[in-house]
Design a protein. Structure first.
Length: 172
């Protein structure tokens, strides 16, 4: 049944801290907040965009560096400083004309819970909080910021025959 749901995915929605990053924030003496992204997650994200998947990010954070990183990967729908994630999700879903069942959402903590109960596939990194693991259809063997996003995107693209060496070679 999970494979059937993965085959239906048309869009990915992700949280940032704890999903695309390991959840740590380095703070400089000037107050700048720094995050670390996994390059393999980035590869999978840009490939999914090239293959026609819609990707959105909904985060409570407000980092210009995060926005620029996502933009560089081809992700246009980046919603930052969002406290009410479900309202943002529903608006995006309506604008994109997707059904909730078409969406895979990856989150790691309590603010993601409401959306994860609504989507076709709720996924999380291995180090997500227990409440998130309890509602997830898929728990990656990878931690947040350590390849969890790559893991789930690769599974979807492979099941949909959209992950191939020919594309990988051309994009390098």
């Amino acid at each position: 049944m999970l494979f059937d749901k993965l085959k239906r995915v048309k869009a990915f929605i992700l949280d940032v801290d704890g999903v695309l990053t390991n959840g740590e924030v380095l703070v400089t003496e000037q107050g700048e907040q720094l995050r670390s992204f996994n390059i393999r997650d980035g590869y999978a994200l840009q490939l999914a965009v090239k293959k026609g998947f819609s990707i959105a990010v909904i985060t409570g954070g407000r980092s210009e560096g995060v926005r620029l990183r996502l933009e560089g990967l081809g992700i246009i729908d980046t919603f930052m400083g969002i406290q009410d994630k479900i309202t943002c999700f529903n608006k995006w879903l309506n604008e994109q004309q997707f059904q909730a069942g078409d969406v895979l959402y990856m989150g790691d903590d309590i603010p993601d819970l409401t959306i994860m109960r609504e989507v076709g596939i709720a996924a999380c990194p291995n180090d997500a909080v227990e409440e998130i693991k309890a509602v997830s259809h898929y728990i990656s063997s990878k931690d947040g910021g350590k390849g969890a996003v790559r893991d789930v995107i690769e599974k979807v693209l492979k099941l949909q025959n959209k992950w191939d060496d020919d594309v990988a070679v051309k994009s390098i």
